[in-house]
Unconditional design. Structure first.
Length: 114
């Protein structure tokens, strides 16, 4: 069985790695690979990650779990995970799961970098 692909781009601004998720869905098919990519970034020494969800139109509990897992890993090393550009449908799921109280969520990349 081949590993699922996960489409994202990575850039850096100061000490923040910006991971732009280029997937429309962040679900059980994509979440394990997303989690692996987050772990790779953290293992490489990244302490601040901004996850740009601009293109994500749908997220399920696996996707939310992967984000929460990454945040927990960063919290343990004194790091930080920020989220930005969340579409309203996805944001409503963050609210239902009370994750809007767990994550710093910004409207734009620029706002998050302030």
């Amino acid at each position: 069985m081949s590993e699922a692909q996960f489409d994202y781009s990575l850039s850096r601004q100061a000490d923040i790695s910006i991971m732009k998720v280029n997937e429309v869905r962040l679900d059980s098919a994509k979440a394990p690979v997303f989690k692996t990519e987050l772990l790779r970034l953290i293992a490489a020494g990244t302490k601040k990650i901004l996850v740009n969800l601009e293109k994500v139109k749908s997220i399920d509990s696996s996707g939310l779990g992967a984000l929460t897992f990454g945040k927990r890993q960063l919290d343990e090393i004194g790091g930080e995970m920020l989220v930005c550009c969340v579409q309203e449908k996805v944001l409503s799921l963050f609210r239902i799961a009370a994750l809007d109280r767990v994550f710093a969520i910004y409207d734009t990349v620029e706002d998050a970098l302030q």
